[in-house]
Design a binder for this molecule. Sequence first.
Ligand code: BES
Ligand code: MN
Ligand code: MN
Length: 462
Amino acid sequence: MKDIKQYIEENKQRLLDELFALLRIPSISADSAYAGDVAKAAEFVAESMRSAGADKVEVCKTPGHPIVYGEKIIDPKLPTVLVYGHYDVQPADPINLWTTPPFEPIIKKTELHPEGAIFARGSADDKGQFYMHVKAFEYMIKNNALPCNIKMMIEGEEEVGSSNLTNFCIANKERLKADVVVISDTSMIANDCPSIDTGLRGLSYVEVEVTGPNRDLHSGVYGGAVANPINILAKMIASMHDENNHITIPGFYDKVAELNAQERAELNKAPFEIDAYKKDLEIADVWGEKGYTVLERTGIRPTLDVNGIWGGYTGEGAKTVLPSKAFAKISMRLVPNQVSDEITALFKKHFESIAPAGVKVEVRPHHGGEPVVTPTDSVAYQAAAKALETTFGKKPIPTRGGGSIPIVAMFEKELGLKSVLMGFGLDSDALHSPNEHYGIVNYFKGIETIPYFFKYYSELNK
Ligand code: BES
Ligand code: MN
Ligand code: MN
């Protein structure tokens, strides 16, 4: 398939311009002020599918943001690949930490991307990555190189938990009938070291509210005699890890699938340079659960993290106040075979049990998601591995992704479909952070690799 390289070469500028146009739409799903832009992005995606040659393209309304669907059925007897991705993005804040505006894409060089990276919110997560599939599809249609059927489903609510996608899938089982799901929404180890994620962590997410006295008090008049909810919350949070950084919630580890020594050794074979890792983050040391390596801590171990904490006076100067309330958002990353709702319930029970009598606590669950492990012995995995080997000149290494894509477990449960996580970003691309970027090499390599995946997948299926 020499021509894909040539196709990219000849269309380079257009392939960038089109992605830039998509990146200029601030499709922030979490913020209702941007609902119009999310809708605009959906229309853009639909139009890009249509002009690439997809049939039955539809912007499907949901109670939240729309799902864009398109397909090309060349022969119902042939296998069908379902491509999933998301066109919504994370909020851009803290906006003042961006060196260039988040919705004005621009190419800049970085140490890991000497040939340039596209800086924009959503460039790597996931606009730049799902758009590679649309463009690879465009190539295959134009060059009569689509060897099997394809269905594309690009949603607008991944970053807020995909809450409407499950119902959509259940209601559209026939339309979504496929043999495998392919997703480019994860990372690889490095540009000279391709990898395929073979698992994702699940998520349990709660918001907690700790209430002390019925109103803010003078911290001199009452301080020392009345529980300060911020002091209490800090103590409660601190108590949820022991001296070995194990999580102290009773029952939390009960269902955790432990890997045997051989599996752990296999996982730790992936190239990982701790000094480069520390240097990149400007930290003197790493931190985490005793007895596990960094790769294990992010790949196969569950975690508990505070994502935000607030309360009391945070304005200019000093105000002496004993606040009435304290809040925190706490997430737990889950691993096989933990169950999101069960972990949330364990958290709630524990959190309520450790609260002293001087405060009232409330635990409000947010969206969650289940962990997954994807097969490495499937035809689709082998096709992806072969495709990556073709374009990178190296066999990809199977790794575990630390992030979550809750819908992947749902595809398995509701549609009976396994996924292949063929991501092309890097962990250091600043996903969800200021200055998110996506290497142009990564973008073009993705477009180049995907048609090979289709080719090998069809061949291996014969
Ligand atoms: N694409 C990411 C997940 C990801 C990133 C997996 C890198 C593996 C490597 C996805 O968009 C994401 O951010 N998911 C959220 C969960 C969601 C429920 C908000 C996450 O992982 O925090
Ligand atoms: Mn994503
Ligand atoms: Mn994300």
